[in-house]
Design a protein around this ligand. Structure first.
Ligand code: SF4
Length: 336
């Protein structure tokens, strides 16, 4: 989908602020070190906390506000109580208002809220440049035995609904959580099918599993670098024109990844840590750009929305379009 004639010699990244809106979640994935129970370290960020960090992100030159949260947090009474304290009936009402205010600040929201219904996606689309949901794996795995929201049929249903609504969409595979090589192929084929139908998948993240101490998979081995590189090359061969991202703080060798077929090194947050993998700090923008150049590629800063979509009005609301025009250059990358 990347129509840039230099595709293949460029490597993009985005500058964002990572906001962990809540770590309350209805699922219990065996590898998760982010989720917390009520009264055991759970939080829900208040509007003031969100907007203060968004302001700092703007000052730091970010274009993207990445809102990440556990799925359907209201299954916990504690989440309902906190939302009521903020003046909201449910998570979608709250997210919609946060994204509206972030957009008004001059930044572009990108929300990852787990499974969503079409009507919920439609509401959030108005104030989000792009949205995301990791497929992780298109087949059922023991790691998801206590996670009803990780049913691959339901994940694919949400990704399909986003396609019908023309939402530029980020998804991906979580590599090394017990899936076979064949299952990775099936996951990529399932995403390719949806993308061929709706044209909305703007990137696929190939995310390596990271063991978290104290979780049921705390001693499970992380994928080796050759395994990760092979998966990147496999994705490049199955969906040749797809943007492929490997997160910049989890990768081993930038040159190897770019040569294997990755063309994006993800979002990096100069303002907040990676709350999902806090043991791995983000590189600085300067470090990441230098690593890309040393690998023989040209670094390009993008928005949360990829260039091909930033130039296509069908994939954004009027409100988002106004901000994209302010922030993008004529190629659809981040204007200097
Ligand atoms: S859905 Fe996400 S936040 Fe919830 S348990 Fe699984 S990995 Fe953790």
């Amino acid at each position: 989908m990347n129509s840039n004639p230099r595709f293949g010699r460029e490597a993009s990244y985005s500058r964002n602020v990572f906001l962990p809106i809540t770590n309350l979640c209805r699922n219990r994935c065996s590898y998760c070190g982010f989720r917390r129970d009520p009264n055991d370290g759970a939080w829900f960020m208040s509007p003031d906390e969100v907007l203060e960090l968004a302001e700092r992100a703007k000052t730091a030159g970010c274009s993207e506000v990445l809102l990440t949260l556990g799925e359907q947090p209201e299954v916990h009474a504690e989440a309902k109580r906190m939302l009521e304290e903020f003046g909201y009936k449910n998570t979608i009402d709250y997210l919609e208002n946060l994204c509206k205010r972030i957009l008004e600040l001059g930044l572009l929201p990108h929300t990852n809220a787990g499974l969503l219904e079409e009507r919920e996606l439609r509401r959030l689309r108005r104030y989000n440049a792009s949205m995301g949901l990791m497929l992780e794996c298109a087949t059922e795995l023991p790691a998801h035995a206590q996670s009803p929201g990780k049913d691959p049929k339901l994940r694919l249903k949400t990704i399909k609904a986003a396609g019908k609504l023309r939402i530029p969409f980020t998804t991906g595979l979580l590599v090394g959580i017990g899936e076979s090589f064949e299952e990775r192929i099936r996951s990529l084929l399932a995403l390719r099918e949806l993308h061929e139908r709706y044209g909305h998948i703007q990137e696929i993240i190939i995310q390596p599993f990271e063991p978290k101490p104290g979780t049921p998979m705390g001693n499970h081995p992380r994928p080796s670098e050759p395994e990760l590189l092979t998966t990147v090359a496999l994705a490049r061969s199955i969906i040749p024109d797809m943007n492929l991202q490997v997160p910049p703080n989890l990768l081993a060798n930038v040159r190897h990844l770019l040569l294997a077929g990755a063309n994006d090194l993800g979002g990096i947050s100069p303002v907040t840590p990676d709350f999902i993998n806090p043991e791995h700090p983000w590189p600085s923008v300067a470090e990441l750009r230098a690593a890309i150049e040393r690998a023989g590629f040209v670094p390009r800063e993008r928005l949360p929305i990829y260039p091909r979509y930033a130039r296509d009005e069908r994939f954004m609301s009027k409100e988002v379009r106004e901000r994209v025009l302010e922030l993008a250059d004529e190629d659809g990358y981040r204007a200097c």
